[in-house]
Design a protein around this ligand. Structure first.
Ligand code: GAR
Length: 219
């Protein structure tokens, strides 16, 4: 590819397995991870970034008296890398309207449920408690509404009698690692945009639950 690939900054708070999948896929994609930001100094994803030779920075919410000053520091760190896209990958801080407005239409998030069901935290246990037979993951644009922005794509997993929250988390994670790099690549190729609070792929307005991505040959 001769033109510059779409510069992406990934925000993490922990393990960073989605970050890993996104970095692993970048060589064959239209995007490039130019920076990784963590709000937690002990996030394992920072090690993953270092191993991949990707620069990283820590902006700890603990070093800031309020959300506004935390986000100001976050924006300054992000803007040194001049990304076209921000990718939230297990980033566990709620972002304010002014942050979201600054990067309007250029922030993606992955959430472990079939949105709009099960917004918020602890989704695997809540799905089990409710006796659901299907669970899954959604990639969506970030708006001011928590876990409420337009959905881009989803992948489902069956909930089986033997599942507990850890087995469900593993199943969901396996699907996350397939669909998130794909959605990032769609954006990087200019195929995916947010307009009028809806997601459009190849010019088509996506339905409320986005594109349903079936399991690949390996599950
Ligand atoms: C992922 O399962 C992601 O869906 C979830 O955190 C995990 C991060 O894993 N995100 C949320 O719950 C956001 N509300 P990772 O650090 O290994 O990528």
């Amino acid at each position: 590819m001769t033109e510059r690939r779409c510069p992406v900054v990934v925000l993490i708070s922990g393990n960073g397995s989605n970050l890993q999948a996104i970095m692993d896929t970048s060589a064959d994609s239209a995007y490039e991870v130019v920076g990784v930001l963590s709000n937690r100094p002990d996030a394992y994803g920072l090690q993953r970034a270092a191993d991949a030779g990707v620069p990283s920075a820590i902006v700890s919410h603990r070093d800031h008296p309020d959300r506004e000053s935390f986000e100001q520091a976050l924006m300054e760190a992000i803007d040194t890398w001049q990304p076209r896209l921000l990718v939230l990958a297990g980033f566990m801080r709620i972002l304010t309207a002014s942050f979201v407005t600054r990067y309007q239409g250029r922030i993606l998030n992955i959430h472990p449920s079939l949105l709009p069901a099960y917004r918020g935290t602890n989704t695997h246990q809540r799905v089990l408690d409710a006796g659901e037979t299907e669970h899954g993951v959604s990639v969506h644009f970030v708006t001011e509404e928590l876990d409420g922005g337009p959905v881009i794509c989803q992948a489902a997993v069956p909930v089986e009698a033997r599942d507990d929250k850890d087995s469900l988390a593993r199943k969901v994670a396996a699907r996350e690692h397939k669909i998130y790099p794909e959605a990032v690549d769609w954006f990087a190729q200019g195929r995916l945009v947010m307009r009028d609070n809806a997601a459009f792929l190849d010019g088509e307005r996506l339905p409320e639950q986005g594109v349903r991505i079936p399991p690949g040959p390996a599950g």
